[in-house]
Design a protein around this ligand. Structure first.
Ligand SMILES: NC(=O)c1ccc[n+]([C@@H]2O[C@H](COP(=O)([O-])OP(=O)(O)OC[C@H]3O[C@@H](n4cnc5c(N)ncnc54)[C@H](OP(=O)(O)O)[C@@H]3O)[C@@H](O)[C@H]2O)c1
Length: 254
């Protein structure tokens, strides 16, 4: 029987798509989660916490491939260092890590932690593959929904995104996990670059809401980096096919 693939973050937005795809490919899957869960659909759950460094040894025992998707707004560097210590000690043969486009450029804590986590993976001695993806449609939807709760929707000038469908990111990660370690692979972005105003207008149209938009200026180094497009990959990326409009048509009704 093929050995289990451990998926950290297997309960999240991306992980919920990756896990069934790995099962369809015939691979047994183990998921690390902070909460206790019953075995289901051939998926085994191991309780653990990457930030608290708990339960990781048991999760990686006997596993050849780890797909590391667990993440949060803070601490991905620490969580990844804890994971990679256990992964190296367990003799894992391939780690696949999901990072974000601009990890090495955008001067914000989340991006810095992703960049540090990338380095920990690359320097672990374990063969690795890292994919940097653009923001998922789900995240952009969350942001535009929250902004649309305000009477006036702020639109930071120069802020652009290349939102990508999480299903396309999941499919690429599964392909990478079933292949050989490949190092840093080409970034994965969505099919179009949108200004923040376009994204908000698309959401408002799809949900049948009307709100005035208010241009605002993003201050500081982060604002400068975003205006320079440091969170984008305009050349050399693998480009997904599903657009923001197609995602909205599927997920948002007026
Ligand atoms: N969302 C985006 O637009 C985007 C873009 C590029 C890259 N990424 C990266 O893609 C990954 C997945 O993102 P997502 O949007 O699917 O995240 P998500 O829906 O917020 O899910 C986060 C996952 O991480 C797990 N997790 C969080 N803290 C943990 C801890 N201390 N120990 C163990 N597990 C922990 C959670 O598991 P439990 O709650 O079950 O413990 C959950 O499965 C992240 O690494 C993120 O940085 C996201």
């Amino acid at each position: 029987m093929a050995s289990s693939i451990l998926v950290t973050g297997g309960t999240g937005t991306l992980g919920n798509l990756v896990v069934p795809m790995l099962r369809e490919a015939g691979r047994p899957v183990r998921v690390l989660s902070r909460s206790v869960r019953e075995v289901g659909n051939g998926v085994e759950y191991v309780q653990g916490d990457l930030l608290k460094d708990e339960g990781i040894e048991a999760a990686v025992a006997g596993v050849r491939t780890v797909v590391h998707l667990a993440g949060g707004p803070k601490g991905d560097d620490v969580a990844t260092a804890n994971l990679m210590r256990a992964v190296a000690a367990a003799g894992v043969e391939h780690v696949v890590y999901i990072s974000v486009i601009g990890a090495n450029r955008v001067p914000l804590g989340y991006f810095r932690a992703k960049s540090d986590a990338e380095r920990v993976v690359a320097e672990s001695g374990v063969p690795w593959t890292t994919l940097r993806a653009a923001q998922f449609h789900d995240l952009v939807l969350n942001v535009t929904q929250k902004m649309a709760r305000m009477p006036v929707v702020p639109v930071p000038g120069g802020l652009r995104f290349q939102p990508v469908d999480a299903r396309e990111v999941a499919a690429r990660l599964v392909e990478l996990a079933l292949g050989e370690p490949a190092g840093l692979v080409p970034d994965l972005a969505g099919p179009r670059v949108y200004g923040m105003g376009e994204l908000s207008r698309g959401y408002l149209r799809a949900s049948g809401k009307r709100r005035p938009l208010l241009p605002v200026r993003m201050p500081g180094k982060a604002g400068k980096a975003y205006r320079a497009g440091d969170n984008l990959t305009l050349e050399g990326a693998t480009v997904g096919t599903r657009t923001w409009e197609a995602f909205l048509a599927e997920r948002v009704s007026a």
